[in-house]
Design a binder for this molecule. Structure first.
Ligand code: SF4
Length: 379
């Protein structure tokens, strides 16, 4: 019996390959003329790749008609989007179709809820063995203490394999080398410390699968649309063309894209999920202690938390600013942030908080008690 989802997925794979071939052929025709570079042959290859892409689009439409019993009105690209939306709406089916599922864990609150959901889908699909958790470590004096260990405990709660990638020197080393901090437009911290470091993992996992056909790898993130305008525009499921190749089709799955922050805290309480104590201080993102995207108030609060915990991070960053002659943000120096934090500590006294304050703040005392009980049971 024909399998409609498989037929459409096969077309999706072919689509990636043909558009990749068109891209490669087009780039070859744009190279500077040099010895041994045959431009005419390059144009012939481009024509042939475009013909293949046209044939593939016709195949898309034909597959759609066969599977759905009606003509598809739209482009091959919108047909691909429709298939991806269908798959995203059925997490169990998506995990069943995948050859491997990589969960990208930051250990943050959204991340732990996304992981719990991915595990439930994998269990229902009978495929928990496909799931592996990967954490990108941004280095000492950058992340809050215990992030990596928490990510590991969150994975081990479900018996999952846990991998860590870490760039040499971490965030501080990268800034020192470039002699400037990244910013919202050039988020080198995300690309060089996370994406580039994760690339070999795809190669390793694809090789370990040892398939004769193109592997389907689902790459899962705890990204919520409500976090920012840019994230709201992301699709729940999309093709990661950068990580995909002839050997693997990589899909990016934002598994909790539709959840609100309140939903996240409810799931943390309901399932007794372990979250990082940094949320109890009033900070609402785990990330780096000093994130280039954080508002000034969050930077000041993070500094006061560092003072309360006796962490050296503020001194390391202020010193870094001085050494490289570049400020943390175009409009804000960390030296200024530290001075503001010192002033608030002098006025109000040092920060204090208790374990569970984040759940208490979002859901109330009863929910906090239930969270503590469930967390103790899960341990
Ligand atoms: S948390 Fe902020 S500073 Fe840290 S890597 Fe992400 S974007 Fe960069």
């Amino acid at each position: 019996m024909s399998d409609p989802v498989q037929t459409l997925l096969d077309q999706l794979r072919l689509g990636i390959q043909t558009s990749g071939a068109v891209r490669t052929a087009r780039n070859a025709t744009r190279r500077k003329p040099e010895a041994g570079h045959d431009l005419r042959a390059g144009h012939a290859r481009l024509r042939s790749a475009r013909n293949r892409a046209r044939a593939q689009q016709a195949a898309w439409r034909s597959a759609w008609r066969t599977c759905r019993g009606a003509a598809f009105r739209g482009s091959a690209r919108s047909a691909a989007d429709a298939v991806l939306a269908e798959l995203a709406a059925d997490p169990v089916e998506l995990v069943r179709r995948a050859d491997a599922v990589i969960y990208h864990s930051s250990a943050g609150k959204d991340s732990v809820v996304g992981l719990h959901r991915a595990v439930q889908a994998a269990k229902r699909a009978g495929c928990l063995h496909k799931l592996v958790v990967v954490h990108a470590d941004l280095g000492p004096d950058t992340e809050w203490p215990g992030v990596r260990e928490l990510a590991q405990r969150q994975a081990e709660r479900y018996g999952l394999s846990f991998l860590v990638v870490a760039a040499d020197g971490g965030f501080v080393g990268m800034v020192e080398k470039r002699r400037m901090f990244p910013d919202a437009k050039r988020r080198l911290c995300t690309s060089s410390l996370k994406r580039d470091e994760l690339a070999p993992i795809y190669t390793r996992i694809t090789a370990a699968l040892g398939l004769d056909e193109q592997a389907l790898i689902v790459s899962v993130y705890g990204v919520r649309g409500g976090e920012s305008a840019a994230r709201a525009k992301k699709a729940p499921l999309s093709i990661d063309s950068r990580a995909s190749s002839g050997k693997r089709l990589v899909l990016t799955w934002n598994i909790i894209h539709h959840l609100s922050a309140a939903d996240v805290w409810s799931e943390i309480s309901e399932h007794g999920l372990e979250y990082h104590p940094i949320y109890d201080t009033g900070l609402d993102r785990l990330s780096c202690a000093y994130c280039i995207l954080a508002p000034d108030a969050a930077l000041v609060l993070a500094t006061r938390v560092c003072f309360a915990l006796g962490l050296p991070i503020p001194g390391v960053y202020v010193d870094l600013e001085r050494r490289i002659g570049h400020t943390f943000k175009p409009s804000q120096t960390l030296a200024g942030v530290v001075a503001a934090a010192r002033m608030l500590d002098a006025l109000d006294g040092p920060l204090v908080w208790s374990r569970g304050d984040a759940v208490r703040r979002h859901l109330g005392e009863d929910a906090c008690r239930r969270w503590e009980q469930r967390l103790a049971c899960a341990a």
